[in-house]
Design a binder for this molecule. Sequence first.
Ligand code: UN1
Length: 512
Amino acid sequence: MPQPQHLPTRTELTDRARAAATACGVDLDAVAGAHEVVSPINGEPIASLAHVDADAVDAAVTSAHEAYLQWRTVPAPVRGALVKRLGELLVAHKSDLAALVSLEAGKITSEAAGEVQEMIDICEFAVGLSRQLYGRTMTSERPGHRLAETWHPLGVVGVISAFNFPVAVWSWNTALALVCGDPVVWKPSEKTPLCGLASAALLRRAIADVGAPEGLAHVLVGGPEVGEALVDHPRVALLSATGSTRMGRAVGPRVADRFGRSLLELGGNNAAIVAESADLDLAVRGIVFSAAGTAGQRCTTLRRVIAHSGVADELTARLAQAYERLPIGDPIADGTLVGPLVDAASFARFEAALDTAREQGGEVVVGGGRRLADAASGAYYVEPAIVTMPAQSDIVRTETFAPIVYVLRYDDIREAIALNNDVPQGLSSAIFTNDQAEAELFCSAEGSDCGIVNVNIGTSGAEIGGAFGGEKETGGGRESGSDAWKAYMRRATNTVNYSGSLPLAQGVDFSV
Ligand code: UN1
């Protein structure tokens, strides 16, 4: 496969960013300032934006709270009309938003478009949900009583999102929050502010089109102090944060300290078991997408292959062949499958992890080098690496946000499951097998301890219909589909007595 040799110029990327942002409704001159936005594609600035400070958080949350007081009285199906309009605008601007995702996060065009598709999908899901915010009816133990639960809007939702899914994660939160009756105040990653401004501009347009309160949508482009002020604001009822475990460790206790709710989506260290019975063609394709896709920068990226001794050598050889063919380079060029790492720090961590893996007995089978450094010294293109490891050492237990997959061996399925679970994180996991009993064991209570447990597909690329998130150091939060909406509402249990007398529960007698 041809390897892309050239990178776009600064002018090309700047023009592309301006055109895409403007098409989404962002007035770049109005938001201009001193903070450069650097594209990982060539390591050069594509825009300069103003940052807000922590004071802006109070103003935004106060405005959002006022909008909440109004929005909570609007019937949920009517709220759904706003999300329906947002979904229409996302369809119309899919390629503009995808262009910004590529420019700021360095994703290849197909994956960037896929990310915007996730936004469209969650909007459709949320519109349907707006007519299905069901509560249960319970049978009361007392005659003439009705026992039921109702779900009410919760309040302002704060969203802190990471560079690697710069638009989809916001939309998972926002589409649900809006139908649940909650406004959203968003702090996007400092690396992807144009994605933030463009998404928020589309939502503002949807708000204007349906006549919803303006205060429902806020985006705050700024540094860590902005995120901290959002975490600490007493009017932020739910703080949904995506990022590192280190960040979650700081956020979780601070939100809990003020009795706020948090929804944490933190690190992953996702494994795929490849059993002796596995279809290796399928396994190779699934592994290459999950391990090398998005240049290894998804929280669901496959970081460990746990291969049965009977297939480990063949699997590793076939993976290495596939890796040799990966087109690495300009993510917006046709045919590229692996774009750049996001920045120099990320590249340093990639190299350091490979060094440590070698020290811990690992052997780099393929990859690990840098590409295109001559074309752009500030852009970090790397060859995705496969490293065979003698055992699950510290570096294997550490999430390095780069395309390194460690290969471990096993002989017994229980040993493989133990390896899968023997890491601090618990986001995603997979097994490739044609043995149904083994697949079921992996999905059972004695199986994978992760939030996502897949059979015969890789660890990344989940659909929005299921609840997304994981256990242990992944933080325990669930976003997007299934009943994840419940985090965005408060539950009231109603006991209504229409009997005309006052029987007490549990048979208590308190007659006076
Ligand atoms: C993330 O990397 O933060 O399952 C989210 C996936 C995507 C979402 C990833 N649907 O890979």
